[in-house]
Design a protein around this ligand. Structure first.
Ligand code: URA
Length: 198
């Protein structure tokens, strides 16, 4: 096992036994899995969603439901596929009934996300939705430019990490296009920014 894979496995093991998480009992009771992340360990692009939904918690795979199908379509529109990127979430366990994650859940699981970012060192972090946007922007020194997704989507920023600079782009969560079809073209336009990071 190479070093990246080993370090990522350690994160998985720690989350599997994260009994202090408020979402742990819910996971066990429903025979759900935590969703750690999936994709290339040499990816230039890391997508960060919000939290697993039911399909994801049943399969341990990020974005494998309806939002995931749209993510695949958006990647396809720029000539990419899942295997060449890395996809994860801020919160690794499913919140009950798909409610928004609580600030303390984001804080607890966000530490694991930061470790994943340090291990994979992507060239660009693409946040999907407001929760991951807020976490990443605040964590990497972009708190001052943080606004609603509708104001800053599709624009590149440069954040500061422990290993150096990282590009960050806020994208709408693909789920918005499931409820509002016209958002699909906005997402497709924003995804074009990722082409140069292939
Ligand atoms: N929505 C998310 O934010 N993440 C997933 O993994 C699935 C749906």
């Amino acid at each position: 096992m190479n070093q990246k894979t080993e370090e990522l496995k350690k994160i998985k093991d720690e989350i599997l036994t994260l009994t202090k998480s408020p979402l742990y009992t819910y996971r066990i009771k429903n025979k759900y899995f935590p969703v750690i992340g999936e994709g290339s360990h040499d990816a230039h692009i890391m997508f960060v969603g919000e939290a697993p939904g039911e399909n994801e918690a049943k399969t341990a795979k990020p974005f494998c439901g309806r939002s995931g199908k749209l993510l695949d379509l958006l990647l396809d529109s720029i000539g990419m596929d899942r295997k060449s990127v890395y996809v994860t979430n801020v919160v690794k366990d499913r919140p009950e009934g798909n409610r928004d994650p609580l600030p303390e859940e984001i804080a607890l699981y966000g530490v694991f996300l930061e470790r994943q970012i340090e291990i994979l060192q992507p060239k660009i972090i693409a946040t999907l939705g407001r929760h991951s946007m807020k976490y990443i922007f605040e964590k990497y020194g972009l708190g001052t430019v943080l606004e609603s997704v509708s104001k800053i989507h599709g624009r590149e920023f440069v954040g500061k990490t422990s290993y150096g600079l990282v590009n960050v782009v806020a994208l709408y969560h693909p789920a918005v296009a499931l409820y509002n079809g016209s958002m699909k073209s906005v997402l497709m336009e924003d995804f074009k920014i990722l082409r140069k990071y292939k």
